[in-house]
Ligand binder design. Sequence first.
Ligand code: AMP
Ligand code: ZN
Length: 119
Amino acid sequence: MSQDPNCIFCKIASGKIPSKKVYEDEDIFVFHDINPWAPVHFLMIPKQHIASMAQAGPEHAALLGRMMVLAPKLAVEQGCTPYPEGGFRIVCNTGTHGGQEVHHMHWHVMGGPRPWLKG
Ligand code: AMP
Ligand code: ZN
């Protein structure tokens, strides 16, 4: 699995940096955002180092599809009110103009009653 030794999210996915884990399997790691904007706010990452959504290619389609199908299940497990009264928001900041700060692809999944701090 390709990892970047200098990448903070690679280190979180491999357990070298501690995190509040939500879910893990062979390919996917999910953990709480350290600085939440919403009552529920976790991050979903592939364990392999993909710098951003801009690098997603056909070889990642199955992985990204699995992540997408997992998101609603984890959102409800983490306390989001079910759709349609509740629901959640998925955000994937990509590149400088997209507001990306950590260059390991990640999806913010946010939910819970409003108002939120951001988002
Ligand atoms: P982005 O602007 O989309 O790159 O957002 C990066 C997100 O990663 C921010 O919401 C940070 O709060 C979050 N973050 C950074 N370092 C950590 C960490 N060690 N554990 C959990 N979340 C983190
Ligand atoms: Zn990485």
